[in-house]
Design a protein. Sequence first.
Length: 240
Amino acid sequence: YCQLLNPEWEELASKVKGFVKIAYWDTEKSGSAPNILGEIRGTPTIKLIKPKRKAKTNKQKDVVDYNMERKADDMSSFALDLMPSFVERVNGPEDFEKFKNKAKKFGLPMMLFFSEDRRILNEMKFLSTEFRRRVLIAQIPFTKKENKNLFFEYGVRGRALLVVPPSSADGDEQDEFRGDNQSPDVVVFDGKWSLHRLQSFFSEHALKTEVKPKPAEAKTEDKEDKQTEPAEKEKVKTEL
């Protein structure tokens, strides 16, 4: 049966290339599977490994069993849907102010993704994990009427990606935006919307090393997260 799965497995690798790494473990040739995979009761067994949401580093993982159809389309939807996302959705000026304060607190560059709808792109999910704690990413959807002034203030029409360096985030950089006038400190991504180009843009403007909260801050943030109601999950997060 594992041999019959090979064509679907190869198609899956093609569908999620760049976002999810696809690998296999041959239990006959390679022996027992790594401990992280847990017990393997039969083959083929399919599992997804992803960074823990509340972990201090991406090295801590969650393992999720896959129990759906062994078809490339189903497996790719499963993998992409479960990609971790540290993108923070802004739903108006109040959310944006909290986002700016968080960036200022940790000294992080702000990546502002102005979108035409609320859907979070797979590219942004991937980059938010890859550059976690080196940049802070906000998605500002135009479909939320409270965000329309932000589009105007930053001179944005349609989809756009801007980076505001920490030095600008400390001040009132928005005052320098009116219409199409852009602050000299803010950099606009003007390349092709591909993962490779976006990754290069992030690499250029992200911090070189991760910023980590102090232990006392981390405990406070965890406590706040537990008290947050489900309806507030889409609001700007306080943790890194």
